[in-house]
Design a protein around this ligand. Structure first.
Ligand code: ADP
Ligand code: MG
Length: 619
């Protein structure tokens, strides 16, 4: 039997590595920007076409490369950043594996121009799928200029796997934010489809945040500053009253790298507890500096999860730092920090536990007091008398709506047929008695019908009613609008990209939103059912739902928006309802196509039949 093991060709090995390092255009953007920063650039330009699928170009004024280095940098494991394994322990650069350029070059058509200051002439290289096509001298400015064209041109499966341009652009923006937020001193310009998307001058952190997320951020930020032996924390948190309905701007950086850390996130959330509504998210840009020895070294290039050797102490310090910042600005709690400036928290000894910082809270302070209370409205057109559809549903044979006995085909259709065949005679007299409808636990509507006791979950039912209303009116483009004084809606740039794509869908559902340049939009009118709702919050929530539901092809996006709007504006469990409101929910629910379930599939009602009831009392 002949030997069968052989070495993989270099280009194949690179492509395999690329599978890990370059998952999508955004990963190439990250690697190229990090290289420019490692090269000491003070000015970096990022040029994107078709969400990076056609072109990703990074131009920097960094140290540049010699002719030999320009060729070498595309070899796998070729790096100037470490020489020995020991260097790994004190690494301060962003890259060091020497894999990025080799990987990118294996799955794209790449052109490099580079020149060191001290050299007269620069070097040009053209590489396609790891194959060097051109290597020559060229006249070029100091620094490095890399163009990555047609990413995955030779791996169609990966190219097809890419999402829509707006999703891929959002990933790119995520990386761009994470990098530009760590280097406010570096000037960045980003072009998208030949238009400037961001022009970020060299600045301090506050100015950088404002340049990225909009001038209204200036008044939203509270500085956080805490120095301890174990970790230094700096950065900003958002004032609680600006907490958003979407996860939005939540950034942790450890030693100048963006990280994800749910445990630390929890520390910040805990510090904000009771200062922001339950469904809102605090904004934060927090920078941790600590001895690299206290971080579990992670040498995976794309990983953002890292662990700390003593996360418990970091958790406590972070939470205290955020609370202190909140307290200093006198927003909520009055903090009782004796030694405000010198909070030294020594590392914990094994077995030792942490005591929460002592905080005095003013129990009378209610940060939401001034805000208008969230008051979902029940707005049903008064139709005078009950419609036919509403009427016959009173007489649905109980077996049809018995829980666990719901026919799988939409009930509405079944009953429609039934109704047509049998022509029920209706007797609604009992509805007119004063006890015909009532509410229990401020959550459920009870009503006697000819079949038994009908129990409706008010929230699930109202969500269903609103959802079908939005959808039906969306399809006929006759959604009643409620004119409001035009208001400007500002979104984060990535949300702005998303919403631009979705304007038509929002407008079909009864909004009138138009673009107002930059990341701003003007809202002229809203669907009538949102009139008493926090509509900015409702739009943000709809965007969040779309992001979470994103299939890349915007499948059923109007449904997703409608579902989210219905959720935002529906009456909640726990709200006491007037008799007319209960009647309206009851009536409108049974005019729905699918009255059995909320748009999320939760049961909206069930029926306790008289048969069942009498069985209960039989001995
Ligand atoms: P790593 O960054 O892990 O070292 P890369 O493949 O990203 O690996 O880059 C390989 C080498 O190419 C780097 O170590 C660096 O010496 C050089 N290099 C890459 N990009 C630039 C740049 N923009 N300016 C100067 N040198 C660069
Ligand atoms: Mg690199």
């Amino acid at each position: 039997m002949p030997d069968i093991i052989r070495m993989l060709p270099e280009s194949v090995a690179n492509q395999i590595a690329a599978g890990e390092v370059v998952q999508r255009p955004a990963s190439a953007v990250k690697e190229l920007l990090e290289n420019s920063i490692d090269a000491g650039a003070t000015e970096v330009k990022l040029i994107i076409k078709d969400a990076g699928k056609t072109l990703i170009q990074v131009v920097d004024n960094g140290c540049g490369m010699s002719e030999r280095d320009a060729r070498m940098c595309f070899e796998r494991h070729a790096t100037s950043k470490i020489k020995t394994a020991n260097d790994l322990l004190s690494i301060r650069t962003l890259g060091f594996r020497g894999e990025a350029l080799a990987s990118v070059a294996s799955v794209a058509q790449l052109e490099l121009r580079t020149k060191k200051v001290e050299d007269e002439i620069g070097t040009q290289l053209i590489i396609e799928g790891s194959e060097v096509k051109t290597h020559c001298a060229v006249n070029t400015s100091n620094g490095t200029n890399i163009q990555v064209k047609n990413l995955f041109f030779n791996v169609p499966a990966r190219r097809n796997f890419l999402k829509s341009n707006s999703s891929e652009l959002k990933y790119i923006l995520d990386e761009f934010f994470r990098i530009t937020l760590v280097h406010p001193d570096i000037t960045f310009t980003m072009f998208n489809q030949e238009r400037v998307l961001f022009q970020l001058a060299s600045a301090n952190l506050r100015q950088r945040i404002v340049a990225l997320f909009g001038s209204n951020y200036n008044q939203k930020l509270i500085p956080v500053e805490q120095q301890t032996v174990m970790v230094n924390i700096s950065g900003f948190i958002g004032k609680p009253e600006f907490a958003k309905k979407t996860r939005g701007e939540q950034y942790f950086f450890a030693n100048s790298r963006f990280i994800r850390n749910p445990y630390l996130h929890h520390a910040v959330e805990a510090a904000f507890q009771e200062l922001i509504p339950k469904d809102s998210f605090p904004t934060y840009f927090l920078y941790l500096e600590l001895d690299p020895a206290n971080i579990d070294v992670n040498i995976h290039p794309t990983k953002t999860e890292i662990n700390f050797t003593d996360s418990k102490s970091i958790y406590a310090i972070l939470q205290a730092a955020v609370r202190q910042a909140l307290g200093k600005y006198n927003l909520t709690t009055v903090l009782d920090f004796e030694q405000e400036q010198s909070m030294e928290i020594p590392p914990l000894k094994p077995g030792q536990t942490i005591n929460q910082p002592q905080i005095t809270i003013n129990p009378d302070y209610n940060p939401f007091e001034k805000k208008k209370e969230f008051q979902p409205s029940l707005r049903f057109e008064n139709q005078g008398s009950k419609s036919k559809v509403g009427e016959w549903r009173e007489n649905i044979p109980s077996s049809f709506i018995h829980p666990g006995n719901i026919p799988s085909a939409p009930l509405a259709e079944l009953i429609d047929n039934l109704n047509a065949e049998n022509n029920f005679s209706l007797n609604l007299e009992h509805d007119k008695t004063p006890h015909a409808v009532f509410q229990i636990s401020n959550s459920y509507i009870l009503k006697e019908t000819s079949g038994g006791l009908l129990i409706i979950d008010q929230q699930a039912a109202h969500e269903r009613i609103l959802y079908e209303k939005f959808i039906a009116q969306g399809s006929t483009d006759k959604n009643p609008r409620s004119g409001i004084i035009p208001v400007t809606l500002s979104f984060s740039p990535d949300d702005a990209v998303l919403i631009k794509d979705l304007l038509e869908d929002f407008n079909a559902l009864g909004f009138d939103i138009s673009e107002f340049g930059n990341h701003d939009f003007v809202l002229h009118s809203i669907p009538v059912d949102l009139a008493n709702t926090d509509y900015h919050g409702a739009v943000e929530q709809a965007l969040e739902a779309l992001k979470n539901d994103f299939t890349g092809k915007h499948a059923g996006k109007q449904q997703i928006i409608a579902k989210s709007l219905a959720k935002s504006s529906a009456v909640r469990r726990g709200k006491s309802l007037k008799k007319e409101e209960m009647e309206a929910i009851h009536q409108k629910l049974f005019e729905c196509k699918v009255p059995e379930f909320s748009p999320d599939g939760k049961p909206a009602f069930f029926m306790l039949s008289f048969d069942e009831l009498s069985k209960k009392f039989k001995t």
